[in-house]
Design a protein around this ligand. Structure first.
Ligand code: K7E
Ligand code: CUA
Length: 764
């Protein structure tokens, strides 16, 4: 029995349950036995399990790899929360289907071509004083050198900028400590101009470089007109990082082919991989971006493709660009939280190399260089700039930082391990095996000035046998590791079924403050009031020869208009505004045969334009199960043949519905009066509490008030028809009056529940 009590103690202690909890029908021991769980499993489960209704401590933003999206999940539960559509159309969010988001995607066109995917690698959260501020997220596209901006107030992509001089880019997005700039370095060297240059001119005409995108925080947008590029030799620049604190004015970018090797097996040459790893070292590029920005301001740039470029000659003359050898085939370059060290990991070296920023500065100030590269860029001797080197294992790639002083974690691709080590003392502390072949790793806020420790995620390149098989294409595996103790402990495997994520960033969940609804009539993609905003009761259809424009609304449970008539060949634009205020009352809009699915979150206005080129009947409906009468949230688009003069006769459709009697009307009114009594009770409860102190309840009350006003209008119409003894219409409107009451009651009950759970107080 001792054994069983131990488990109970562990379980209860970690879950904060009292030992006197009444016995469950099934004991913990039974479950463990049945499922073959060990003590260790139980502890891991208790550390990661987030009970129903509870939330995660950290929010992770993961690259979605080739899916061109961002994946959001919670830590420690590893529950998926959202995919954010970025470079790729995504119908659930209406992204790439409504005209407003098509305009965002169109910003990412490359030389006039639509690019409908991205190869996302590195997300970066905006920073203030070197700490995540939770306002914006940036992510790069390696295949088509682009940076996207996501506003974390609504988790939507707002902007895509295309690099004007590179043809691929890897070392982005990383932000300076106050998000003045976002860096994006080139990867594969190419000519800056969009022209053909033979490979024989590689050394002379092909170039790498680092682009610095200016970010305007007030506007919340990247300013391409204020971006600039520091030209660099064709060394295949790789990852980058900005300095922090003492090194904040500098940025660091490494490179993996300073051999400037050009492969071509079909030309009888040894392949790229042989030529690019021939030398023992490559070059760390050290850039004074603050000085570079001043040089740009002083006009000492050349203009290529309408973009300001600092040439290598200028960079050397102005003391902007320096090189330091770094060990074989480097990959990650990561600045320590205190900004004093720059850690580089070389894939083909077993060490991490810790460079001292202070030493680098002194060497530059003293003009102490070991020589120049073929382009005249001064080279600082590696031994002079190194603080220490630590043997961590095979295939070191990326480094993150923990909450303890001098604590670093480095991923070991070849060893399939994570190494924990001390970068001040230069000693290895601990290692843990992962499954399998880790790429990036990520500690909570582990690339900021204030790492939060606690957890680490290993982003493994291979899953192999870790999950139920799903065919030859495997999911990726993000493994959660507990780093709070002296020994690292593996806690959880999460399959990620969307592309190959490269890097993740995780922020304290309390730092995120997303909205729950938009201001009414909001164009979320441009973040301004939509010119097509439509209020309740102001829906209209404007027709001119060859053109139809509909200004409609959606609210539980109808789309207005419910019938749209156009003529064959008409250019049709639909605008819809979601009138809801209640949390999570999203409506969708899908229309037969036009490749459209719109997402209308509360307050949002979206548009869709298409050519009505084929006569026919096109049903449309709401795609979100939004109320008990969701299926009735429908309508018809009628495309009449050209020249069709049939006049719409509503009496015919009325007859289709059948006829209602006085008795029907009176029965409905009776039901409505009973419903009203219920509503009055709920209203009395809410108004007797301090509901004004609960913003979500205030929103619900506003919403319910709207519905009650609609109910009042429908009631008046019903009574009008009743006065005229038109029982058919009187009964129909009485039913509609009841529909509004039901919605008001539903919202009211939700508000009441919220107040009860929130411990609202009675007021006099
Ligand atoms: Cu895959 Cu940062 Cu693009 Cu390393 S990167 S793994
Ligand atoms: Cu709106 Cu279903």
């Amino acid at each position: 029995m001792k054994w069983r009590n131990l488990h109970k103690a562990i379980f209860c202690a970690t879950l904060g349950v009292s030992l006197t909890t009444p016995a469950l029908a099934e004991t913990l021991e039974d479950v463990m036995k049945a499922r073959g769980l060990t003590d260790k499993d139980l502890l891991a489960a208790a550390k990661t399990y987030v009970p129903t209704g509870k939330r995660d401590e950290f929010i992770a933003f993961s690259s979605g790899g080739q899916s061109g999206q961002v994946i959001v999940y919670g830590i420690p539960s590893m529950r998926l929360l959202k995919y954010i559509a970025v470079f790729t159309p995504e119908p659930w969010q209406g992204y790439g289907y409504d005209e407003e988001s098509k305009a965002v995607l169109a910003q990412g066109r490359i030389q006039g071509k639509d690019i409908t995917y991205g190869d996302t690698h590195h997300p970066a959260i905006s920073e203030t004083n070197g700490e995540y501020d939770g306002r914006y997220l940036f992510i790069n596209d390696k295949a088509n050198p682009r940076i996207a901006l996501i506003d974390l107030h609504d988790f939507e992509t707002k902007q895509i900028v295309v690099n004007p001089v590179f043809k691929s880019s890897h070392g982005g997005a990383f932000v300076s400590e106050n998000t003045d700039y976002i860096i994006e370095s080139a990867q594969y060297p190419t000519p800056y101009e969009n022209t053909y240059v033979p490979l024989e001119q590689f050394n002379e005409k092909y170039r790498g470089g680092m682009t610095y995108w200016r970010f305007n925080r007030e506007k919340g947008r990247i300013e391409p007109e204020n971006a600039f590029t520091v030209m660099a030799p064709p060394y295949s620049q790789d990852l980058s990082d900005f300095g922090k604190g003492p090194s904040a004015d500098w940025s660091f970018t490494n490179s993996f082919c300073s051999e400037r090797y050009v492969g071509g097996i079909e030309r009888g040459r040894p392949p790229f991989e042989a030529g690019c790893s021939a030398k023992d070292t490559d070059f760390l590029h050290v850039v004074n971006w603050r000085k570079a920005a001043a040089v740009v301001k002083a006009g000492k740039t050349v203009t290529i493709n309408n973009h300001k470029v600092i040439t290598m000659e200028t960079a050397v003359a102005e003391g902007i660009l320096f090189l330091i050898p770094e060990p074989k085939s480097p990959h990650g370059v990561d600045v320590s939280p205190d900004g004093k060290y720059i850690i580089v990991a070389g894939k083909l070296d077993t060490h991490t190399s810790v460079y001292s920023f202070e030493k680098i500065q002194k060497l530059i100030a003293d003009g102490k260089f070991e020589g120049k590269d073929p382009y005249g860029i001064p080279i600082i001797a590696m031994q002079d700039a190194l603080h220490t080197q630590v043997e961590v294992g095979l295939g070191p790639l990326h480094t993150q930082y923990g909450a303890r002083p001098c604590e670093a974690f480095t991923s070991l691709y070849v060893d399939s391990m994570v190494a924990r080590w001390d970068y001040c003392e230069g000693k290895l502390l601990d290692r843990i095996s992962i499954h399998y072949n880790i790429g990036h790793l990520m500690a909570m806020q582990g690339d900021t000035k204030k790492p939060a420790g606690k957890y680490l995620v290993a982003l493994n390149k291979l899953a192999i046998d870790r999950f139920n098989p799903v065919g030859p294409l495997h999911p990726q595996n993000h493994q959660l590791i507990d780093i709070s103790g002296d020994k690292m402990e593996l806690l959880y495997d999460m399959p990620l079924p969307l592309g190959e994520p490269h890097y993740v960033v995780a922020i304290d969940a309390n730092k995120l403050k997303p909205i729950i609804r938009y201001n009414s009539g909001w164009d979320s993609r441009a973040d301004k009031e939509s010119p097509y905003k439509t209020r309740a009761g102001r829906e209209k259809t404007e027709k001119s020869p060859g053109k139809v424009e509909v200004f409609g609304t959606v609210i539980r449970s109808h789309i207005t208009p419910e019938i749209i008539e156009v003529e064959e060949g008409d250019d049709v634009t639909l605008h819809f505004t979601n009138l809801e205020r209640a949390q999570d009352e999203t409506h969708g809009f899908a229309l037969y045969g036009q490749n459209v699915n719109l997402s209308l979150e509360p307050g949002k206005t979206v548009s869709f334009r298409f050519m009505a080129d084929k006569p026919g009947v096109y049903p449309y409906y709401c795609t979100e199960f939004c109320s008990a009468l969701h299926l009735e949230m429908q309508g018809y688009l009628l495309v009449k043949p050209k020249g069709d003069k049939t006049v719409t006769d509503t009496t015919v459709t009325d007859k289709v519905e059948g006829s209602y009697t006085k008795a029907n009307y009176e029965a409905q009114v009776k039901q409505n009066e009973a419903t009203q009594a219920t509503i009055d009770q709920v209203v009395a409860f809410i108004t007797s509490r301090n509901y004004q102190d609960f913003p979500p309840v205030v929103a619900l009350v506003e919403d319910a008030t709207d519905q009650l006003n609609f109910a009042k209008e429908a009631k008046a119409k019903a009574e009008d028809f009743a006065a005229k003894e038109d029982w058919h219409h009187a009964a129909l409107w009485a039913t509609q009056w009841w529909q509004y009451q039901v919605k008001a009651a539903d919202i009211g009950l939700r508000a009441k529940g919220h107040l009860e759970q929130g411990g609202a107080k009675e007021v006099k």
